[in-house]
Design a protein around this ligand. Structure first.
Ligand SMILES: Cc1ncc(C[n+]2csc(CCOP(=O)(O)OP(=O)(O)O)c2C)c(N)n1
Length: 658
């Protein structure tokens, strides 16, 4: 290995050596502890230390870095106290996740590190969002993110690089090409000669770097970062290295040819650099001994501290509380001037007023800028707020949701418009695994609202008509809002944007232009978890939300003799179960109407909760009325047959006469 000694000053060379030695010695100790059953899992970065250490050393301490599972050197170079890392790996409270997530699955704002989720790819889009926030703040910072070569096969890799290129985001994409993704060699992972060549396809500068050569890594990354700070842009780096141990310790390396391991052993980043430094007389045997003893002493001291720490205590209240960031709801009342507007106008007005109120709020979505979005909710927004804050995105839901997460990490609120709620499926992973879990896992929060134009009635077929709220109501960590009226839509959207937690905001397309209401012209908020009682009666309780509320109203208007409580839930997570219980205790009969197909829907859980809590008050079996157990069809008569509207009136009468 050739070292260009004059590329880095001598003091820094020594520092880089020490910084590589530390993760190596920690790992060697961890491998012993693993064999003794004192830690549960280990993903080794032995042989790859130069990349994590070199990149982190080239970054400024206030620049975010997003490491993967083999990047212990990132954490040690940022000087995280070792005992905290040890506690993290033992699931103790001095770690970073209160025992809720393992290994390197955590982040820390204090050290500007954002750890991975297991799914690998979303990390890259999160880096985009962090970098976008920096770009908007014009603070000339770089964000560095890691992926293995295996991770480059994920759609997230493509989406994140493309987004960064289109938006010119200062992200340093670092591929650690270490030869294997679990047991899969590179020739079964990709076909191109160099992964760096993919940069050309994205219109992005890219380089191949000798990943085991610390001076090459550090000096090249330092040079590139300095240039990126002056001239913000994404850069793709392919670091060539090798994975010297198994994917994780239990899986071994049987499938790796011995001559490959031998050849790369010769290129060990620490042994080679040590020899170079000795030859250059920058390092001496005595100094090596001193460095090692210092690190051993630190490891021993901090390990004792972590082992002495008690097991984490189970506190169920805290477990449940930490799923969401505390939100101190502020009731903001409106003045009396109102205007009769449609639901679509209410959403647009609510969003616009929130843009005025929150100067850092960014909205992102396909065709939302000059075109105004396919439903025209954001028409005129570019003129009012500029293209920095009203951002057209490429067609890449996963990267955009991940970027929204990154914006939030870097202090910027965002609203993402799904063109149709159906398309959230291509951004599903970051919604349910990143946004939903981040507060519970490491106390970070996802200040993101995802707007979901949803629902049936337009004969738009299986991919433009779904009402998919149940995909999200079952995931702890998300809030789900589903208004049926313009007044609620406007006030609840304002609250969704104020709430620092991730909110899925459902807007029924069938209600957009059909439902009018007198709506206050100025800004106001409405609370989550409060249903509205639209009708009062003693015979029966009708519970619904969204378009179902209007079907129920129509049925009740057509049968003026029926004395029913009609409850519009307005928010599904949190859900106002008290309103339902109070009503059922009064009427003794409950019918729940939902637009979605029946099984696993919101109605089923309401039904279960009422049985558990109000059984003795019931005078009849609870009835759930929902769509057929089929995908939603296109032809009008098929769609009408699929939807529960017609069946509802009959079921209502059946239950009343039970
Ligand atoms: C979406 C997803 N699919 C599969 C896995 C299982 N898995 C974890 S790491 C890994 C290999 C990753 O390879 P690479 O990106 O090259 O990183 P390396 O482990 O080599 O550092 C696999 C298949 C996962 N965590 N997430």
């Amino acid at each position: 290995m050739q070292y260009k000694g004059d590329s880095v000053d001598k003091a820094m060379q020594l520092k880089l050596y020490q910084r590589m030695l530390k993760p190596r010695l920690i790992e060697e100790k961890m491998l012993i502890l693993l064999r003794q059953g004192k830690i549960s899992k280990w993903f080794s970065g032995i042989g790859q230390e130069a990349i994590a250490v070199g990149v982190t050393s080239a970054l400024r301490p206030d620049e975010y870095i997003l490491p993967m599972h083999r990047n212990l050197g990132v954490f040690t170079t940022r000087n995280i106290p070792l005992h905290r890392l040890f506690s993290q790996w033992q699931g103790k409270s001095n770690g970073f996740t209160n025992g809720r997530d393992r290994s390197f699955h955590f982040g820390t704002q204090q050290y500007k590190i954002v750890g991975m989720i297991s799914h690998l790819g979303p990390q890259l889009g999160v880096a985009d969002g962090i970098a976008l926030a920096d770009l908007l703040k014009q603070n000339n910072k770089v964000t560095a993110v890691f992926t293995g070569e295996g991770g480059t096969s994920e759609g997230d890799f493509h989406e994140a690089l493309n987004l960064a290129a289109v938006w010119n985001l200062p992200v340093l994409f670092c591929i650690e090409n270490n030869g294997y993704g679990l047991s899969t060699p590179t020739n079964e992972q990709y076909r191109c000669e160099n992964l760096a060549d993919k940069g050309i396809g994205y219109g992005m500068e890219s380089h191949i770097v000798e990943g085991n050569n610390i001076l090459e890594v550090y000096s090249q990354v330092d040079f590139i970062c300095q240039s990126m700070r002056k001239n913000p842009r994404p850069v793709l780096l392919e670091f060539r290295t090798f994975r010297m141990r198994g994917h994780e310790e239990a899986s071994g390396t049987k499938y790796v040819p011995q001559q490959l391991l031998d050849a790369w052993e010769e290129k060990d980043p620490i042994a080679n650099f040590e020899n170079f430094l000795l030859k250059e007389k920058i390092l001496s045997a005595h100094l090596i001994e001193t460095f090692k003893n210092e690190i051993f002493a630190e490891i021993d001291y901090d390990l004792k501290k972590a082992f002495a720490e008690n097991e984490i205590e189970v506190d169920e209240t805290k477990e449940l509380r930490d799923v969401y960031k505390n939100f101190d709801y502020q009731e903001i009342n409106h003045k009396s001037i109102t205007k009769n507007i449609r639901l679509i106008d209410a959403v647009s007005q609510g969003l616009k007023q929130s843009m005025e109120r929150h100067e850092n709020l960014v909205v992102m979505g396909q065709d939302i800028a000059d075109y105004g979005g396919v439903f025209k909710i954001t028409e005129g927004f570019v003129e009012a707020f500029g293209k920095d804050r009203v951002r057209n995105t490429p067609i890449c839901e996963s990267a955009v949701v991940s970027a929204a997460m990154g914006l939030s990490i870097n202090g910027v609120k965002s609203v993402v418009e799904m063109q149709f709620a159906d398309f959230v499926s291509t951004g599903f992973n970051p919604v349910v695994n990143y946004l939903a879990k981040v507060h519970y896992r490491w106390g970070e929060h996802a200040d993101v609202v995802i707007r979901m134009p949803c629902g049936a009635g337009m004969g738009a077929g299986p991919f433009h008509s779904q009402t998919n709220e149940a995909w999200f109501t079952k995931t702890p960590g998300l809030k789900v809002v589903y208004p049926a009226f313009p007044y609620d839509a406007k006030g609840l959207l304002a609250t969704s944007i104020n709430d620092p937690n991730p909110v899925l905001f459902f807007e029924h397309k069938g209600l957009y232009r059909n439902i009018y209401q007198d709506v206050p012209e100025d800004y106001y908020t409405l609370p989550f978890g409060k249903a509205s009682l639209l009708r009062e009666g003693t015979d029966i309780t009708v519970v619904s939300y969204g378009l179902g509320v209007h079907w129920a109203l129509e049925a009740l208007n057509g049968n003026p003799d029926i004395k029913a409580d009609l409850i519009d839930l307005r928010t599904l997570q949190p859900m106002d179960m008290d309103a339902i219980f109070t009503s059922v205790k009064k009427t003794g009969k409950l019918i729940i109407l939902q637009e979605d197909s029946l099984f696993g829907g919101v109605a089923s859980d309401i039904c279960a909760l009422v049985v558990e809590n109000c059984f003795e008050y019931l005078d009849a079996p609870i009835k759930r009325v929902a769509s057929l157990e089929t995908p939603i069809p296109f032809a009008k008569n098929l769609e009408n047959n699929y939807l529960p509207k017609e069946r509802f009136s009959q079921e209502l009468l059946n239950l009343l006469s039970y």
